[in-house]
Design a protein around this ligand. Sequence first.
Ligand code: GLV
Length: 308
Amino acid sequence: MTILLNNNGYDNESWRREISRQLPELPVKVFGEPIDPNEVMYAMVWNHPAGDLNRYPNLKAIFSLGAGAEHFVADTSLPDVPIILLADPAVARDMAAHALYWVLTFHRRYGDYGSQQKERVWHRKQIVPTREFCVGVFGLGRIGTEVASRIHDFGYAISGWDRSNRKIEGIDCFSGAGSLPEFLSRNDVTINALPLSPETRHFLDEKIFAAMRPGGYFINISRGAVVDDESLLEVLDRGHLAGAALDAFAQEPLPTEHRYWSHPKVFVTPHMSGATFASSAAAVIADNVRRLELGLDVFPLFNREAGY
Ligand code: GLV
């Protein structure tokens, strides 16, 4: 009855401490420590080596230590046990705060005031009222919904697009490919919160960027590979979009020679919008362990077919 912890070598001691605090009855062994494979009942992993989870014959469930699911998609030999993704509300809130920071920066022109201060210029920029500034969120899953709802709390005109029909208070919801032109043309800022899956890889392509409102901005808080980089650079270069704040990249760390680093309209942050802290996430994971032991539903389950 042991928990195998494999956070890919990162911050193992905090995870061990927080998981043990939440589930004191279960010993925790970190990947690499001597372990009898028969003992392992739960695996808690992030970017585990493909194939490793097949070594534990008594494994009852696998838990992710982060929000994304690419490490499960990359492993084609996953055992047939429930895989539970991590939905820590603290992460979604931090991501919403990050997106709001950029919405405010673009709407209220804080970048321009930084430049004006250097020249001692006192000049108030003309802007539209908040309720007329339109923000659109691609992907209305847990994170996208939190992002849209928190930005709505500040009075922005908010809409969202998802593959399936959604109904969310205060948010104009669009769905399906047919509604993309209307959704895209109304937004001053478009935020990407779509999960990466085989279906969404390079979903934000030339056509999507070209359909965005001229002079608009783009924020990426999800995964870099959802974006076709050449198409984004093209709309920025020709002035169709005014700027982009990117937190996720197809290759991370972003290679030093990548054009994003030096592009005058691009703000690069190193995948920091929603860090997972063991101090809050361990309680969410432990709650699902207890639910499993009581035979209750666990949430959210990784969908092997959809890949997220
Ligand atoms: C971070 O991007 C995560 O998936 O937790």
